[in-house]
Structure formats: C-alpha cells, structure tokens
Write a protein that binds this ligand. Sequence first.
Ligand code: PLP
Length: 435
Amino acid sequence: MLLFGTIYLIMGVQGQYLFDVEALRADFPILDRRVGGDPETAGEGEGDDTPLVYLDNAATSHTPDPVVDAISDYYRSYNANVHRGIHQLSQEASVAYEEAHDAVADFVGAAGREEVVFTKNTTEAMNLVAYAWGLEELGPGDNVVLSEMEHHASLVTWQQIGKRTGADVRFIDVTDEGRLDTDHAAELIDDDTEMVSLVHVSNTLGTVNPIGQLADLAHDRDALIFADAAQSVPTRPVDVEDLGVDFLAFSGHKMCGPTGIGVLYGREELLDEMQPYLYGGDMIRRVSFEDSTWEDLPWKFEAGTPSIAQGVGLAAAIEYLEEVGMDRIQAHEDMLAEYAYDELAALGGVDIYGPPGDDRGGLVAFNVDGVHAHDLSSILNDYGVAIRAGDHCTQPLHDEMGVAASARASFYVYNTVEEVDALIDAVREARDLFA
Ligand code: PLP
C-alpha cells in the first residue's frame, strides 16, 4: 500500500492520475468559469478574465451535471409532496425520496433506511442528537467529551446543552503536531461520560482522528460516540460498523450534492428510544386533541415537508462518487494535500498547521509570515485562486494555535496538480509583495 502510494504520488505529480480527472472536470461546467469581474454581475462574464482555481472544497464542493440533472428531472417530471398523496406523482416522489435513504445507508454501511435521518446539514444532525438525546439523558455529574479541534457545529451545540443540563463538557488536548492526545482522552473519558463527540477529519488541521480507538474507550465506559464526518464521508470510504460509532453526521453540499441536505446516521435502537426533535406533519402516526404517536424510523425525525429534491440530488451524488470510487478519491486527495503541504513548506516563511505526511485529509491550513490570512485570500482571489480565510469555525483551536485566522486550501476529486502549482505561485507572489 505504501509502495502503491509512493508510485501514485510520483505519477500524480507528473500529471497522471488514478482516473481521468480531465474527463471528470467536464461534468463540472463551473470549473471553466473565469473570475475577476464585478460580483454584482455574477455569472454574466463582465470583466471575468482569470481562470478559476477552486480550492475551497471543505466549505462547499461543486455539483456535477448528473446531480444537477437528477434534481432538474425531479422538478420537471415528478415534483410532488411525499408520503401524502395517493396520486402517481406523489408516489414517484416518495419512492425516490425513500430510496435516497437506502442509497445513503448502503454508502455508509448502515443497517437500513431506519438508521438514516435526513436533516438540513451536519449542524442540524448534531443539534438533533444534542436536543433529543442530550436534554433527556444528561444532568449534573455527567460529562460529554469533545476535542479541542471540534467544529463549532459540535462545540457550541454541546457547550450550550451542557449549560442547560448541568453536564460538564471536557476537551481532549491536541498535541503540538496537531494530533489528538489519546492518553489525555483515556484520562478524560470516565464512568460519568455519557457522550464522546469527535470530528473524524479536522476541517482545520486535516488530522484524521482514530475514531475506532475512541469508540472503544467510550464503549468501555458505557458512553456513546458521535462522529462528525462532514470532512470524511465526502473524501474517503467510511463505514459506521467498522468505525463502531453510535451516531455520525455529514452534509450533502461537501460531496457533490446540493445544499439543504444533511444526514444523521444513528443506531436503530438509540433512535427508537429518542423522542422527536421537531414536531408536526409527516412524523406522526395518530393525533388526537390530547396526545400523538409517532411514525416509524426514520420519518419520526423528519417533521414537515422534507428536502425532497435535495434528497434525490444526494443519492445522485453518491452514485457519482461511487463510480469514481471512494478509495481513488481518497488517494487523489492525499496526493494533492501532500504535494501542497511539501510545496508550501519549501516556500519558506509559511507556517502550516496539522500533521505532516500522508496521514491527513485533503486540506492544508497555513499562514504566511507578515500577511493576514484575509489579505492573502484577497490577493489569491486576484489570481483566480479561491481559498478560505478565517477561523474555519474552530475559534478555540485558533486561540490554542495562537493565531486569529488561517488560510485554508482544500481539494476535491476534480482538482489537479497544476491547480496546486497555481496556489503555490500565488502564495509566493503574495509573500514577496508583503516582504
Ligand atoms: N463539521 C465539520 C468538520 C465541518 O467542516 C463543517 C462545515 O464546514 C461542519 C461540521 C458543519 O457543516 P454544515 O455547515 O454543512 O452544517
């Protein structure tokens, strides 16, 4: 595997990939865009003369034509509300929407659609568990264990649930190299721990956390474990059984799918025991003036008209990614991230965050000496290079790193070695400009 990885790295840097990246790019017309014009005239091309190099995929990825077509086909051919009508369009929409749950279940190794709840995004999936499970189960004396590298979606949510229930919220240290301190984790997780909530791949450090090991630690103490898989499910094979997690969440818009759809995976027996998070239509079985009973899983957690087109789009995105192959997507990402890391390090005057080597996700966060990340991002934008600058929703982690903000380049299935070169050239220009 290592040998294969090394050969691949060399081949990759020479412009030969494990799959036909150029052909794949043709599915994403947005990648042919030029930028540089006035944002007020978005998409009209006025003043747009610089080729786009899109390296902000950890925030949102692009949507290939087959996914756009699936969404458009839904609206053109069988748009109707689900689970309500006896008429044909409603039945067709219901089948497609339900089958989208099956596709997700298959994709992440869940037992079936009962374990797959569609939400708006990862954030809502976390709030669902925090409210529906946390408010019921947590109290003074209990604790929830997170890490210092959690996204605000997890950190703020559990912090606020902790305040409301009196449960203690603890944070596993991150080492100077940007890895989870597993010895500290073993100290923090104790008999009063009820939940361990951890990011699988850090959206700032790129660290790939040993979720399986932490799942064992949690389960040894009868605690549950929740994996924030917003950056891992889009970029590598993820299997909930192999990881040993009780809950897992991710977002469609980071994996070639549309915005407005996210997924909560939960073990069936846990979801069964939990009370609904939102109440209303579609999630009930029987309602009287006095009381109500709930639909079967997963519908019990999907109140009101759901994101039907987005669910259909997510299923199409999964089909698209599976055709490329999640192993190959991971290898491609690893290659680009490692190449970017090495080239940034070679520039000089650049601080890079997170572990070195190929043991990281497909993103690199960094700072250039003497250049604020926002200024850097703005200069890169002049070169058509789209990256993210800020705290990436990990403010406390940035406090620990001793910086207010960082720049982050993140890669996906359609990015090329030449685009990494364009990033490096633009960073060099910015560094020299400020020097
Ligand atoms: N968790 C991680 C690790 C993320 O990177 C993100 C988004 O960047 C989220 C959670 C939140 O995702 P969303 O905004 O789709 O809810």
